[in-house]
Design a binder for this molecule. Structure first.
Ligand SMILES: Cc1ncc(COP(=O)(O)O)c(C=O)c1O
Length: 402
């Protein structure tokens, strides 16, 4: 018998936590809904190229994982992560210049959960976060949930302008420094070596942890590789990593490489959230990575993304009018466009969608609410042909509104 048959259930009167009620929906998700209309060429998402997913090798990795680890692969496992996976991640970090032990690693459900766990650990209402202006909007969403305030630092082509950092630290006493140091989402900009060192010196001087959110670092397709903040700064830096951009985001497997005592706190928080990250996904990725298939795969991704970036840059050169500037990323998935100051990326977006091309306007990425005249373009998820057509359409739109 259905008891509520003739009674209205007023869920709007239920005591939803105001904290949650007032949460802003991710503007990105909203834009993605619009841009996924049929026929729209989308530069809006941050999606890796699906045709690059190594499906056959992953299928084999699943077969191998179930065959080798049997019921363990389907069972509950440790909050810190499957030991084999943590050993592998520590070994790989050490080989790449960040001396790491198993206890420095906790596997997380994507990089996004790592950001959430770190925010839980360090941020309470009113805490300041020193960050690039603009920065990754998904991190801002988490930080906003915890009631953070911001000490935003402007960027130039070498990343965060370090001269402003000490000033902001003295003024705001931030709890953490959050940076996306490699091929930043949204700008594609990379923090220079000199500034990496200077940032670490300041973090040590003022005893503030640096959170280096680094999903794109392995996808460098041009220029000289730089040492990671973690490899320079050691325990001064908490690195957030993920397989989302190098293998596939659907696994939801990332990790934190950080000081052991801090990981003890993070582990307790993770127990509350999801007990642990999917066991089978970890075993499967372990099989894939340990079999040596990841490195050649990353090389293929780099070639694909370099070509797509080049096609986009060339088309922009050809079709964008004078007065518009953009970044030239050496890796990652995004480039960043600045329109003349009287133009608004947000106002132009509906017109772009009428022309069947979409992007993400830049303002939501700015913790200080500026950046009206900016927008982000993703090049990894479109074909060469669509990049050419889409950029041509945007060029016309911009010319008409200069
Ligand atoms: C800077 C940054 N951090 C974190 C994430 C989230 O990554 P994941 O898919 O591993 O949760 C993204 C995804 O786009 C990102 O750009």
């Amino acid at each position: 018998m259905v008891v509520t048959q003739n009674k209205e259930v007023r869920t709007d009167r239920w005591p939803v936590n105001p904290h949650v009620k007032n949460l802003q929906a991710s503007i990105l998700r909203e834009i993605l809904k619009t841009s996924s209309q049929p026929g729209v060429i989308s530069f809006a998402g941050g999606l890796p190229a699906p045709e690059m997913f190594p499906l056959a090798d992953l299928q084999q990795a699943l077969i191998d994982a179930v065959a080798k680890y049997g019921a363990d692969s389907m069972q509950y496992s440790l909050t810190r992560g499957v030991p084999l996976m943590r050993e592998l991640l520590a070994k790989r970090a050490t080989e790449r210049g960040t001396k790491s032990e198993v206890d420095n690693i906790i596997v997380t459900t994507g990089g996004q959960q790592a950001i959430e766990l770190i925010a839980r650990t360090f941020i309470s209402a009113g805490s300041y976060i020193l960050t690039e202006n603009p920065t990754y909007v998904g991190a801002l969403q988490v930080f906003n949930y915890y009631g953070a305030k911001y000490a935003p630092v402007a960027m130039d082509h070498e990343g965060m302008i370090i001269d402003q950092v000490e000033e902001k630290i003295r003024e705001y006493h931030p709890s953490i420094i959050y940076t996306v140091s490699n091929f930043q989402n949204p700008t594609g900009i990379t923090l220079s070596l000199e500034r990496r060192k200077a940032l670490i010196e300041l973090a040590l001087k003022y005893e503030i942890p640096i959170i280096d959110d680094n999903p794109y670092g392995d996808v460098r397709f041009a220029g000289e590789p730089l040492p990671t903040l973690k490899s320079i700064g050691g325990d001064a830096v908490i690195a957030v990593r993920t397989f989302s951009k190098t293998i596939a985001p659907g696994f939801r497997v990332g990790w934190i490489n950080g000081p052991k005592d801090i990981l003890d706190y993070i582990e307790k928080s993770k127990q509350c959230i999801d007990l642990h990250t999917s066991s089978i996904n970890q075993y499967m990725l372990y099989e894939y990575v340990a079999s040596g298939k990841l490195e050649p795969h990353i090389e293929r991704i780099k070639t694909d993304y370099r070509e797509k970036r080049d096609v986009m840059l060339k088309a922009m050169e050809e079709h964008f009018p004078d007065g518009i500037t953009w970044t030239h990323p050496e890796g990652g998935l995004f480039l960043w466009v600045e329109l003349p100051s009287h133009m608004s990326g947000q106002d132009l977006l509906p017109k772009a969608i009428d022309l069947k091309v979409a992007y993400v306007y830049g303002q939501p990425f700015f913790p200080d609410g500026s950046g009206l005249n900016t927008l982000r373009l993703n090049y990894s998820n479109a074909s060469h042909e669509n990049i050419l057509t889409g950029i041509k359409r945007l060029g016309k739109l911009f010319k008409d509104h200069m």
